[in-house]
Design a protein around this ligand. Structure first.
Ligand SMILES: NC(=O)c1ccc[n+]([C@@H]2O[C@H](COP(=O)([O-])OP(=O)(O)OC[C@H]3O[C@@H](n4cnc5c(N)ncnc54)[C@H](O)[C@@H]3O)[C@@H](O)[C@H]2O)c1
Length: 305
């Protein structure tokens, strides 16, 4: 989606951090943006930022919990009422959830996957019919993480959700291409945001049986104590996302530092295949496991830059 000027973006988690950075980059390209966020104070802070920049009329804020499917439909209708049809959907809202697997309870898995994975699914199920209906195409950015590619220790819930978001994005990439809808799996490394503070968003119903509350509090204090971390700014991150949208990148990586780790993972996978001849008939019968055009297209596009 190369032409962004005058178009509309819907950004979840848009009140803070990376979502806010994406919204800033969108507004700088002449887009109108709806910020959807569960925290009113984040929305208020973001709105006042745009107002002080003289960009307030380009932004509309909606309080939304992405796990609430009914509210999501209302938010979509409110968005179209405010700015008209949308072309860019950024499923970005997220939380930090961490702790050793042995301490994770069902309540932890339900909260974590509910926001980090189902929140993305809800966004696509809400918006896709509306984007298909206007027929002009568009782009979907799903915020995953480096943690979806290289697992972070003691983060089984987070890693699982983010890997699933990458798989979902890869699957939709070919399915939606005929409708002129691009899909990107966005995999940032460390970005300076408020995510370390997200345990306070945990709903009461997921607190009672949680095994992670003590761990989360220790982690929150540890993260708050880090002074001047060398993490990326939200502005730079947002610019990288929009560049990826305009180029229709399948993967949007932000941190060069982690490339070798990904290569190592891929090499580990390749090294683990049985060292034996290919069964040609089986390979021919199952072409979708033999090759996926999205990978060759991505390699071609990267080599052409
Ligand atoms: N910060 C990083 O280093 C980093 C790295 C990789 C991936 N990510 C991912 O980036 C995304 C944005 O995180 P961030 O770092 O900007 O954190 P952040 O806390 O600054 O922003 C996240 C926003 O999402 C909102 N949110 C949380 N749960 C929500 C819900 N149920 N419904 C609607 N809004 C909700 C929060 O209120 C917050 O404003 C997340 O998906 C996160 O997993 C962050």
């Amino acid at each position: 989606m190369n032409e962004l000027n005058g178009r509309v973006a819907f950004v979840t988690g848009g009140g803070s951090g990376i979502g806010l950075g994406i919204a800033m980059a969108c507004v700088n390209r002449g887009m109108n943006v709806v910020l959807a966020d569960v925290q009113q104070e984040h929305l208020d802070g973001a709105l006042s930022h745009f107002q002080t920049q003289g960009q307030g009329q380009r932004v509309h804020a909606i309080r939304l919990d992405v796990t609430d499917r009914g509210a999501y439909q209302n938010a979509a209708s409110e968005t179209e009422g405010a700015f008209g049809k949308i072309h860019l959907l950024c499923n970005n809202a997220g939380i930090d959830i961490a702790g050793p697997f042995k301490q994770c309870a069902y309540a932890d898995w339900d909260w974590g996957l509910g926001v980090l994975l189902n929140g993305v699914v809800n966004g696509i199920l809400t918006w896709l019919p509306r984007i298909l209906k206007h027929g002009e195409g568009g782009h979907i950015v799903n915020t995953a993480s480096m943690a979806g590619v290289i697992v972070v220790p003691n983060c089984s819930i987070y890693n699982t959700a983010k890997a699933a978001v990458i798989a979902l994005s890869e699957t939709l990439r070919s399915e939606l291409a005929p409708d002129n809808i691009g899909v990107s799996a966005f995999c940032p490394g460390p970005v300076l945001t408020a995510i370390g503070d997200s345990s306070r968003l945990r709903p009461e119903k997921y607190k009672k049986d949680s095994g992670l509350l003590a761990y989360e509090e220790q982690r929150r204090q540890r993260m708050a104590a880090v002074q001047s971390p060398p993490w990326m700014s939200i502005e730079e991150c947002g610019e990288r996302v929009l560049r990826g949208v305009q180029r229709n990148d399948l993967y949007i990586f932000t941190h060069r530092e982690f490339k070798e780790g990904v290569a190592e993972r891929m090499e580990a996978m390749l090294a683990s295949f049985p060292d034996e001849p290919i069964n040609e008939r089986r390979a021919k019968e199952i072409p979708y496991l033999t090759s996926n055009p999205i990978f060759k297209e991505t390699i071609r596009a990267a080599m052409g830059r």
